[in-house]
Design a protein around this ligand. Structure first.
Ligand code: COA
Ligand code: MG
Length: 272
């Protein structure tokens, strides 16, 4: 899972374009990219589109609204072919339980649809551990635009004002044993150089994959989260050498390799 491309649910003419992009996930949005007056129409259009059969292409996720509109969204999109729903503005584990109950009522296969809570407020980030440990949770996401408005942060060029919050979400995910969080969107989709630099920083920080808003962002994000063949080869050789010797060994650059280093290499290989 490297990239998830958002598409406004109110623009069905873009769904096909998104499905033919190289994104790993197409993320149909029913929340803030859809104006309030268009919510019902968008939900119906998305449900109709989801009910058409598709043989292949990216996985499909849907971002749903909070509150009662969100319950109607969940009921409409709990269909075969949707692998996860993203819960906008999740504040607590109780909300994840409640969404799970709606899914249980409507989904075609029990437990088949996963949940990706989006944390967009101070209280949501502080509840990240509980939210990450709730049933069906696949991975967390940060909604940084809303979060910045909530906590009064104005990010600078390298987003360092958000590093502590981002790390907290990585820690909460690892502690709960779920997948690492999906990186936040970058809105200046014209600047692919800045996208690459900031995505590399997210990767070093423990994020896996990133949400995109424009098709041209997808290739850059996929590239950052695709390990080079040489990197995989090094990891394989390291694991093999460690398994053969069974203790601390030296790598090809003469550095000590112990179990912790081997765990990282095994994790890289397991992600493939
Ligand atoms: N999914 C699929 N196709 C998309 C797309 C998307 N998210 N964004 C743009 N495209 C298509 C355009 O339709 C256009 O196709 P064409 O060449 O066949 O005409 C092509 O990609 C180039 O688009 P461009 O003209 O550069 O962008 P735009 O001005 O049409 O759209 C946005 C810019 C930001 C409005 C649009 O990318 C968008 O709506 N993104 C998603 C926003 C969203 O869902 N936000 C919620 C989460 S934060
Ligand atoms: Mg938001």
């Amino acid at each position: 899972m490297r990239s998830a491309l958002y598409v406004p649910g109110s623009r069905p003419e873009l769904f096909g374009k998104a499905m033919s992009s190289r994104a790993d996930v197409v993320l149909i949005d029913l929340e803030d990219s859809v104006p309030p007056a268009a919510k019902d129409r968008a939900r119906t259009a998305v449900a109709n589109w989801l009910n058409e059969t598709r043989a292949s292409g990216p996985r499909i996720w849907v971002r749903v609204n909070p509150g009662s509109i969100g319950e109607a969204d969940l009921a409409a999109v709990a269909v075969a072919g949707v692998s996860a729903v993203c819960l906008a503005k999740t504040e607590s584990a109780d909300q994840v339980h409640a969404a799970g109950a709606v899914l249980r009522e409507f989904e075609p296969a029990p437990g088949g649809i996963r949940i990706c809570p989006i944390l967009e407020s101070a209280s949501a980030v502080l509840a990240a551990r509980d939210i990450a440990a709730a049933p069906r949770v696949d991975r967390l996401q940060l909604g940084e635009a809303d979060l910045c408005a909530d906590i009064g942060v104005e990010p600078g060029p390298d987003d360092r004002e958000l590093w502590a919050v981002r790390s907290q979400v990585v820690l909460a995910s690892a502690a709960a044993g779920i997948a690492p969080p999906l990186g936040p969107v970058r809105t200046d989709f014209g600047d692919l150089g800045a996208l690459q630099v900031s995505t590399m920083a997210l990767a070093r920080m423990g994020f896996r994959g990133r949400a995109c808003i424009h098709p041209r962002q997808v290739a850059v994000v996929n590239d950052v989260f695709t390990p080079a063949p040489a990197e995989l080869e090094r990891a394989r050789a390291l694991v093999a050498r460690f398994d053969a010797v069974g203790g601390a060994v030296l790598d090809d650059a003469g550095r000590m390799v112990d179990l912790a280093v081997v765990r990282r290499a095994r994790r890289l290989l397991a992600d493939q």
